[in-house]
Design a protein around this ligand. Sequence first.
Ligand code: NAD
Ligand code: DAU
Length: 351
Amino acid sequence: MTILVTGGAGFIGSNFVLDWLKTSDEPVVNLDALTYAGNLENLASLQHDPRHVFVKGDICDRALIDQLLATHQPRALVHFAAESHVDRSIHGPGAFMRTNIEGTFTLLEAARGYWSALPAEAKAAFRFHHVSTDEVYGSLKPSDPPFAESNPYEPNSPYSASKAASDHLVRAWHHTYGLPVVTTNCSNNYGPYHFPEKLIPLMIVNALAGKPLPVYGDGQQIRDWLYVTDHCAGIRAVLAGGRLGETYNIGGWNEKANIDIVKTVCALLDELRPDPAGPYSRLITYVTDRPGHDRRYAIDARKIERELGWRPAETFDTGIRKTVQWYLANADWVSQVQSGAYRDWVAKQYD
Ligand code: NAD
Ligand code: DAU
């Protein structure tokens, strides 16, 4: 048996592949286009592992997907590949429409063709697992209850609109064609291999470089943070036991304002790598807000706990400490991803 993973060289996908092969011997075929966000260094420990087959390619390439399905006969497809950064979607939404919508459509059609021709037992066992986000639900007011699976979709950014569109496609391919799908909608992840364009790793690498820590607007926007390996465990639980056609919200029960996240990162760095120039919080700089910035996300993760027994293993305190320690121990990874393209992005977004 084999699973096909898309986007397995990105932040969550690579954590998922590493965890999968730690907990199982089932091989993984990993399809990734290696955009700026994909990095084979994340998978360096699997370089000589025959259970991991890496294929560089695009999820919009139907012929390639057909060939991978025919060759490897996977029992499941776990779909992570996406353009994932909200700020980039504001500067250039086109790539998001292509990968997140057209790419998901291409995978669904290829999976449908493959799945329909499977023998009965393999057909019943096949799963298409779509990895999505809480951002499809829009923005919560301070007194609103957290997002449940029944919340209406109200995406506000080009990124979240493209993910919402992909969720709708997945739902329709189940409803119309009977394709055996499950979807997970997760809150903000953090942990190792997180690309330093996102809040937590950006704050760590900027602080260590003595650069400003750019906080958008008033810094009071709230996100619900989940350590990445907890997300991976949630995906494994849904893949194994999730009901077909259902969606499962995954979250950490960890609502935090951005400014508090930044102050926590600064305090940990003060403890673990003190700067003779003074506390890292001196670098906090309020900058122009993100257009259309969602104020609050929060996940009600009771369904996945009730049905599948999943709960996060990490608290925010344990997860953020591990994360900061990982970045301190992996300065080479950080400098390797800070290529010319990364510097161009930082100049475009923050100068
Ligand atoms: P990421 O940007 O770190 O990685 C995306 C990966 O997809 C990269 O390896 C990239 O090379 C690959 N990719 C992009 N376009 C491709 C294409 N056309 N064909 C093949 N591969 C392509 O993203 P991430 O943060 O790891 O997110 C993974 C998934 O989880 C996404 O679907 C995202 O929407 C979802 N998600 C992310 C978070 C989060 O906090 N990061 C939370 C909830 C859901
Ligand atoms: O909620 C899940 C989503 O979380 C995922 O679907 C996305 O793929 C992922 O990128 C993430 O989206 P966010 O926009 O919430 O993450 P980001 O790290 O970009 O920003 C987190 C918060 O921090 C957000 O309110 C914006 C703010 N921020 C971000 C950056 C990069 C800043 O204040 N300054 C910054 O420089």
